[in-house]
Each structure stands twice: as structure tokens, then as C-alpha cells.
Design a protein around this ligand. Structure first.
Ligand code: PLP
Length: 405
């Protein structure tokens, strides 16, 4: 059983008030709050360990390097990667996907090759491929949605062809919370020899992900959405792919040797980590993963699911609201509108009541075009949210209905 008080006590920000009201933080899809141990890890790093990593022989540099690399090992174990060097540290999901678009395309793509994305992608998993279409003459195909806003898997199967080189889809929609059948998507792609990139930004915080079980070729996520630091992203990729791909940024840290004539690349993962990274995010990443492991990702998923079911039921009972993503298989995200009301107006009123939700297109404009709406109000849950907070949110929505209609 989740001890919610014990969980909440670990997050100092949750005692803040907003507009004189206790903060109800339902914007976890954008970023989660940080437990004390993550904050402490950053303070500890700068107080006791600060030094540049990897190239120093002095003690402090070795300490900082070890602390940073412990973050990598923690990620490796957390997502079940075979090797720590299959974990490339980036700035975030966006950076991870851009790395693949840039490097994979130079190694493996030519004009006329095809990439498949879906209509529900975050712009981070859409624009890099749209750009390749325009720059390299790649054909970009888009999986449509069904009436319940699931991916249309039958349509997907028809989009696949011998020319498909990459399928890049999100595991969980940041706007709708819909969980996609990624194992089936991967199995279908493999029939054509296509590689698969999963955007795991909204999956890793909410469910167990295991690279051996999923067998994705690339997997991207951001630590700041998993109770960890900003500026720390992960690109997991299978070793043989990383070996075959060229660096995507050039500079210090990625080489074995450099002469005026040529350069030899460093071993993995350094080949893809040019320049000084966000070092303190290494130990902070380990602290965040320790936090999740201590509770257990399954317990987190169960708690968030209870919040989702409860909130959905309450919201459905308010006739003036419309919920998007009406499928059974969802993570803790609920997107809705008060009918005929702009989401910004609803969000602004909720903010006055201390309730933080996200409003707008959620960086999924193609999805908004598909739904025929300018945006939604999105409440996204984390392990520290409570049923009482959902009640406060529902009271807020009812007030907003009265005031805005
Ligand atoms: N992909 C999805 C599904 C997301 O939800 C987000 C952020 O909201 C991103 C990608 C981009 O993540 P970041 O801004 O951390 O790079």
C-alpha cells in the first residue's frame, strides 16, 4: 500500500500555496516536482564533488566522474538495457530524438526512404522527421487515429512497406494519455526490417519499461518528468546501431585521437556526448530512480490509475465537459474542455483556485487539427497526488462551468 503522506513529505514544494490556496499540482506531464533527495544530490554535488569529468586524474574529477556514471548505471538497470554504454545522456527527449534524426539519417537514410510517425506525436517526435522530409527527400507517412483516439493499427499496417526505414511513435500520448500497443507496432515494423524509435517521455514516469521485453531499437525520455533534474535526457539504443552511427555533435570528449588530417571516435557512450554535460544531473538522476524504485513503479502506476478512474468518473458527470482520449488503456492523463469554452479561460480560473493544469495544444498541433479544437485542459497525475486534490479540481471545474457558461 502506498503511504501517500510519506510520499508527499518528501516533496518540499507541495507545502507551497498559490493564490492563497494549497498548491494542487496537476501539470506533471510537463514536469514533475522533485523529492528532497534529488535536490540534496545537486547540493551535495556542488558542495563536495564539483569538477569536470572523464579527463581528470585528480581525486575530485574521479569522484565527479563516478557520481555521473552511477546515474548511467541506474538508468541502465531501471530500463533493462543490456549495457551501460547503450545509455546516451542528452538534454532531454527532444535532444535524444534529434540525435537519432541527425545521426541515423546520415548513416542509413537516402532520398525516397520512408519514415512513419503518428498523428498524436509531440512536436519533438514530428518536426525532426518533417525536417528530414524537406531536407533529404524522405517520405513521411502518418498513422491516423480511430474515433476513440487510439492509433489505427490496421491503417499502420498498410503504411508499412519495403521502403520503411524507421517507425517513430510515442508509447503514451502526452495529450490524451492513450497507451499505444508498441509491442505490436514493433513486431509489424520488424517484418519489413524497419527500425523503431519509441518516445517514452510519458511512459517511463507511469509504467514499467523494459528494453529486453520491448525490443525497441531506440528509446527516448527525459529525467525531469520522472522526479529527476532538468537538462538530463536519455537515448537508449541497441549497441550495434550506436556503433554504426556517426557522432551528431563534434567537440571535446568524443575522440580517441585527433590530428589535423583525421579523428578517431571514442568508444560508446562518449562518441555521442560532446562537451561538458550537465554533471550534477548524474547523481540527481540516480536519486530520482532510487526514489521511484523505493516505492515501486507498479505501485505508482496503480495509484495514478485510481486517480485517473476517479477523476474521469467525476468529470464525466459534469455534462458541460467533453473528455478526449476515450479509450480504456490510459496512463494518468486526462484531457478535456468545458464545451464552447476556450481552455485558457478554464485553466486561468483553476489557477486562481491554486490548481495547476496545462492548457493549449500541448505541442501536438497535428492532433488538435485532427480533433478540430484549438487545445484542451490537461490534468496529469503523479505519485504524490491525492483523491482530495481531485475533489478540489472537480469543484474548481464546476465553478468554472458556472462562471463561464
Ligand atoms: N515527447 C513527449 C511525449 C512529451 O510529452 C514531451 C514533453 O512534454 C517531449 C517529447 C519533449 O520532452 P523534453 O521537453 O523534455 O525534451
Amino acid at each position: 500500500m502506498l503511504n501517500i503522506n510519506h510520499v508527499r513529505q518528501q516533496f518540499p514544494i507541495l507545502t507551497e500555496t498559490v493564490n492563497g490556496k494549497p498548491l494542487v499540482y496537476f501539470d506533471n506531464g510537463a514536469t514533475t516536482q522533485k523529492p528532497q533527495r534529488v535536490i540534496d544530490a545537486i547540493v551535495h554535488y556542488y558542495t563536495h564533488q564539483n569538477s569536470n569529468i572523464h579527463r581528470g586524474v585528480h581525486a575530485l574529477s574521479r569522484t565527479a566522474t563516478d557520481a555521473y556514471e552511477l546515474g548511467r548505471t541506474a538508468v541502465q538497470q531501471f530500463i533493462g538495457a543490456k549495457h551501460a554504454h547503450e545509455i546516451i545522456f542528452t538534454k532531454g527527449t527532444t535532444d535524444s530524438i534529434n540525435l537519432v534524426a541527425n545521426s541515423f539519417s546520415r548513416a542509413f537514410l537516402k532520398t525516397g526512404d520512408e519514415i512513419i510517425v503518428s498523428e498524436m506525436e509531440h512536436h519533438s517526435n514530428f518536426l525532426p522527421w518533417q525536417n528530414l522530409r524537406d531536407e533529404k527527400g524522405i517520405v513521411l507517412k502518418v498513422i491516423p487515429l480511430t474515433a476513440t483516439q487510439d492509433l489505427d493499427i490496421e491503417a499502420y499496417k498498410k503504411l508499412l512497406s519495403d521502403k520503411t526505414r524507421l517507425v517513430a511513435v510515442t508509447q503514451v500520448s502526452n495529450t490524451l494519455g492513450v497507451i499505444n500497443p508498441v509491442k505490436e507496432i514493433i513486431a509489424e515494423a520488424k517484418k519489413y526490417g524497419a527500425k523503431v524509435l519509441l518516445d517514452g517521455a510519458q511512459a517511463v514516469p507511469h509504467m514499467k519499461v523494459d528494453m529486453q521485453e520491448l525490443d525497441a531499437d531506440f528509446y527516448a525520455f527525459s529525467m525531469h518528468k520522472v522526479y529527476g533534474p532538468t537538462g538530463m535526457g536519455v537515448l537508449y539504443a541497441k549497441e550495434e546501431l550506436l556503433q554504426a552511427m556517426p557522432p551528431y555533435q563534434y567537440g571535446g570528449g568524443i575522440i580517441k585521437s585527433v590530428t589535423i588530417g583525421t579523428s578517431e571516435w571514442a568508444d560508446l557512450p562518449n562518441k555521442f556526448e560532446a562537451g561538458t554535460p550537465n554533471i550534477e544531473a548524474g547523481p540527481a538522476t540516480k536519486a530520482a530512480i532510487d526514489f521511484v524504485n523505493e516505492i515501486g513503479i507498479e505501485a505508482i502506476a496503480k495509484h495514478e490509475h485510481e486517480l485517473l478512474i476517479y477523476a474521469t468518473k467525476q468529470l464525466q458527470a459534469i455534462q458541460e465537459t467533453e473528455i478526449y482520449g476515450n479509450t480504456a488503456n490510459k496512463a494518468g492523463v486526462i484531457s478535456f474542455n468545458i464545451k464552447k469554452v476556450h481552455p485558457f479561460d478554464t485553466g486561468t480560473l483553476l489557477d486562481q483556485m491554486g490548481i495547476a493544469v496545462r492548457t493549449g495544444h500541448h505541442c501536438t498541433q497535428p492532433l488538435m487539427h485532427c480533433l478540430g479544437i484549438p487545445g484542451t485542459v490537461r490534468a496529469s497525475f503523479a505519485v504524490y497526488n491525492t483523491i482530495e486534490e481531485v475533489d478540489a479540481f472537480i469543484t474548481g471545474v464546476k465553478k468554472a462551468v458556472k462562471m463561464l457558461l
